[in-house]
Design a protein around this ligand. Structure first.
Ligand code: ADP
Ligand code: MG
Length: 574
């Protein structure tokens, strides 16, 4: 074939291939246009999954009659006029491609009226030919109607999924945009049935309501509010406590200057922020807004503008990661902060049980507990209260000012040990202790090798471990912190465990792996009997420890069953 210039219509259809993948992409582009036009209310109607009809109506600025045909022309936009403008662009659109692209693969009609016009005007896109406009009744604002999507592109039509699936995609896109513009009311119907009703959310309370509508009320319950600003970077939003972690990365929303993006750099920075507190293989949940000078980020890196390029990527990455890590490190027991909420776990329920006259109590509360725990002390210095006893050798029960505290002793102790080991590794207060009798352990050759690779880290913590033979190690010195544990068995276990993860872990995660493993091995096992004094010491230690609300696998370490909840369980005061 000879070389030739493509027909404009074909060019549009090719361009549409990039940005219009399915009905949800149409809705995204139209809603973004409505938001760019300053709409306060947007109504979206969809039929048959969007393939039959996508109609978006807004009350925004409208388009002047003489500009209507232009709106459908390729590379026609009111949002930029020079390359420089791209540096400061804050609108969703700027490429002038959406409407012509959509029009080239559907039957598109546009009705619009500006605030000062007496009536609206309608144009029907007529692929290639100049669109003619006719008067039409319309309130100030714009309606774009897209029918029979991909009627002329059978290949694309074949890829459409069921109506339900397509509508779900549409709803996800709309929800994402709804999280970027809380001040705009957005409604979505499918085959005349309501799918989303999001009233404008002008204040903090209604914003949280919208957040709960989109992300679920459990997300909101466990969300920590974030707001932090330095060096011209501002990060705000909500992050879920690590115990809310998800099996999929499906609740991760990033916005840059209000634009929803899926950016790998930001996702990885957030993940790093959660590194120490997340259960293995789980994903954090968050809604985060990054604001910075538009000149510092290039949004013209991808046709759908979902990916961006930062001028100073390293700085942004560190800022995000540090901010999240700091907020998460502050999740320690606090008197009035929302404790890991047990409400849903303690549904009032009566479970039938048989009374046995031989029934012996499974634990005996030490009578001295009363002496240690002032019965009704409103003492806010000790949010975890004072130990009453041990339950099945697994849980510590404690009385706090406002109810019962249940602590998973292994998980809690593990976190405490982990944080202490991190301090040691960071060079704070290492206290090595020589063993009276050096401990010789037999290990595999691979484990000897592993001990050698970790040598520096071991030394920093206060260990002195050397190779004795091809398959033997000698331990001469340990950190005082670990002096009471069975050091030989612990080191053997740790070296074995490091082997298991050798292939799977990223280098970045490896740094603390030794510490995490040591913490787990040195933490009190379940079924170890503790004295009240030991239990109280652990409670106090938790109150001092960063990230004490979760063990380092992200499981909760403690729960509060408040007096109010107990009253509810027993139907007291009703
Ligand atoms: P872009 O958004 O990149 O400018 P579009 O093809 O999406 O390109 O839209 C072209 C132009 O049509 C926009 O620049 C804007 O001026 C106008 N326009 C589109 N939709 C609307 C709307 N809902 N309200 C007002 N103007 C609109
Ligand atoms: Mg647009």
């Amino acid at each position: 074939m000879p070389i030739r210039v493509l027909e404009p219509e074909l060019i549009s259809q090719i361009a549409a291939g990039e940005v219009i993948e399915r009905p949800a992409s149409v809705i995204k582009e139209l809603v973004e246009n409505a938001l760019d036009a300053g709409a306060r209310r947007i109504d979206i109607e969809v039929e048959k999954g969007g393939a039959a009809l996508c109609r978006v109506r807004d009350d925004g600025s409208g388009i002047a009659a003489e500009e209507l045909p232009l709106a459908l022309a390729r590379h026609a936009t009111s949002k930029i006029s020079a390359l420089d403008d791209l540096e400061h662009v804050v609108s969703f659109g700027f490429r002038g491609e959406a409407l012509p692209s959509i029009a080239s693969v559907s039957r598109l009609e546009l009705i619009s009226r500006t605030g000062d016009a007496a009536h609206g005007w309608r144009v029907v896109a007529s692929n290639g030919a100049e669109a003619k406009r006719v008067p039409a009744p319309h309130p100030p604002g714009t309606t774009v109607e897209v029918r029979d999507l991909f009627f002329n592109v059978p290949a694309r039509r074949k890829f459409l999924r069921s109506d339900t699936t397509e509508v779900q995609h549409i709803a996800r896109h709309v929800e994402r945009l709804a999280l970027s513009r809380f001040d705009v009311a957005i409604h979505l119907t499918h085959n005349q049935r309501r799918v989303l009703a999001l009233p404008a959310a002008p204040d903090a309370a209604s914003r949280e309501q919208r957040l709960a509508q989109v992300c679920g009320s459990e997300f909101l319950d466990s969300a920590l509010r974030i707001e932090h600003e330095t060096a011209g970077l501002r990060l705000s939003g909500w992050i879920a406590q690590p115990t809310f972690a998800r099996a999929q990365p499906d609740l991760q929303f990033w916005f840059i200057n209000g634009r929803p993006v899926r950016d790998r750099l930001l996702v990885s920075a957030a993940r790093l922020g959660y590194r120490d507190v997340l259960f293995h293989g789980r994903h954090p949940a968050y809604v985060l807004y990054l604001e910075l000078d538009p000149a510092r980020v290039d949004v013209n890196a991808h046709p759908t503008k979902q990916e961006v390029r930062f001028r100073d990527a390293r700085l942004v990455h560190d800022f995000v990661h540090r901010t999240l890590a700091t907020v998460l490190s502050e999740t320690r027991p606090q008197a009035h902060a929302h404790a890991p909420a047990p409400t849903r776990m303690f549904e009032p329920r009566q479970i039938g049980f048989a009374l046995r006259d031989t029934a012996a109590p499974t634990y005996v509360a030490d009578t001295t507990a009363a002496a240690i725990a002032p019965t009704s002390s409103p003492d806010e210095h000790f949010p975890l209260g004072f130990a009453l006893g041990q339950l099945h050798g697994i849980y510590i029960l404690a009385q706090a000012a406002d109810g019962l505290i249940v602590v998973d002793m292994h998980a809690a102790h593990e976190r405490v040990m982990y944080e202490r080991l991190k301090l040691l590794a960071g060079g704070e207060g290492a206290q090595p202790q020589l063993l009276l009798v050096p401990n010789v352990i037999s290990v595999s050759a691979a484990e000897v090798e592993r001990a050698a690779t970790q040598r520096e880290q071991f030394n920093r913590l206060g260990f002195d471990i050397d190779q004795l033979g091809a398959q033997q190690l000698i331990i001469r010195q340990v950190p005082a912190l670990l002096a009471r544990t069975d050091v030989g068995a612990m080191i053997r276990d740790v070296l074995a465990e490091l082997g298991e993860n050798e292939q799977s872990l990223h280098i970045q995660d490896r740094g603390n792996e030794l510490l995490a493993s040591l913490a787990c091995r040195s933490a009190m096992r379940a079924h170890r009997t503790m004295t009240l004094a030991e239990m109280n010491a652990l409670l106090r230690e938790m109150e001092r420890t960063e990230r004490a609300d979760q063990c380092n696998h992200g499981r909760p370490t403690w729960m509060r069953l408040g007096l109010a909840e107990l009253d509810r369980l027993f139907l007291r005061g009703r």
